[in-house]
Design a protein around this ligand. Sequence first.
Ligand code: PMP
Length: 458
Amino acid sequence: MSVPRPAGPGPTSAQLPVPGDSHRADRLRELDRRHVWHPYAALPPAMAPLLVDSAAGVRLRLADGRELVDGMSSWWAAVHGYRHPVLDAAVTDQLGRMAHVMFGGLTHEPAVRLAQTLVEITPPGLEHVFLCDSGSVSVEVAIKMGLQYQLGQGRPGRRKLATWRGGYHGDTFHPMSVCDPEGGMHHLWRGVLPAQVFVPAPPGDFAAAPDERYLAELVDAVARHADEIAAVIVEPVVQGTGGMRFHHPAYLRALREATAAHDVLLIFDEIATGFGRTGAFFAAEHAGVTPDVLCLGKALTGGYLTLAAALCTPEVAAGISAGGVLAHGPTFMGNPLACAVANASIGLLRAAVPTVGSRPVAAWQVAVRRIEAGLRDGLAPVATLPGVRDVRVLGAIGVVQLDRPVDLAAATAAAVDAGVWLRPFRDLIYTMPPYPADDDDIARIARAMAAAAVAVPR
Ligand code: PMP
């Protein structure tokens, strides 16, 4: 099929810039517009991306010289900000040994160390680590673990998954099948994706008393569907891309008991919530439960390189292995550069910070508490703005929900004018700042969120 080419200069007028080229930025923008597909975008994209030249600390430096405080941590990943000397050194040092080797038949210290550390820091009982390339792939692996586990138990009829509405687990096909069926873009795939079991979204409040009726509904749904589901998969405590909603940890405890009673696996997707973001190092800790499988990603490498992990218990591993091998093995599994920087990043988060008059506290905890207090202060006045439906803060996450969809161009421009990078979606303007963001940075982010809210036409 032939499609008309977008109008624009011919191939010779948009060449890659050479050193000293005064039109460098314009040329890059033009080439980007013509050739580069950006996330959740058409071609050419509705909104031109900003050209970033470099980033350091919590600031992005644009090609036009402007500096923006990063309110997004590069989609929850860059928890230490940018160009952290310890992380830079970890990558450089590992590069001097090897950038990559295949993981089939070979192993190496960065991966072994990382696996051992993850076992140590995740909820007790998770002992085996499958390293893979991205969050979506770790969800694929977790689902495969669930399905293979049930096959190994002689239950081939358990081929479905169950989840609650409002979730998000990635953009590859099986993860999409457990994303909210109405939200995002996944409605495009109705009839293509495997049909899963959905219960209503958890009532949205972290602190209010749990809803007894909903607790009973969860338990009942697991019991009713136990013969057809291999696993229940949820994001614990914070549903991220599905709507930035927080829920009470009691629902996770109910799921833990109900799934255990029927030997249905419980998968926690902590790709967004892991590494301190919600105020606990892992969101599962709010509930005090261990899932059978845990997915990690995003901040695992401090946002330096793509890496994810699916951890499981010895029971899951034994159940799968009794029937054969786990049928997965990505090319870049256990990439040494990514593992090395993940080890360094976790080391920084866990480093003890002496506090006056009390026991030392981990660095991540000091930072997240400070950011949480700053966001609560800074966003309180936003709740009274016209058109703001809700303001909520948990750990280092701040959310402003409007009563109408965000105009992405207007909201982004307002935030950029206020010196902050935000990426609103649906009716949500939200932030997950890098942990080194200081009080002034957080105050600036809150002001930019207010400006973005006001900029959305009513
Ligand atoms: N699960 C959750 C909870 C996520 O937030 C994301 C990414 N937004 C994913 C899975 C998918 O991760 P990735 O984009 O690395 O594939």
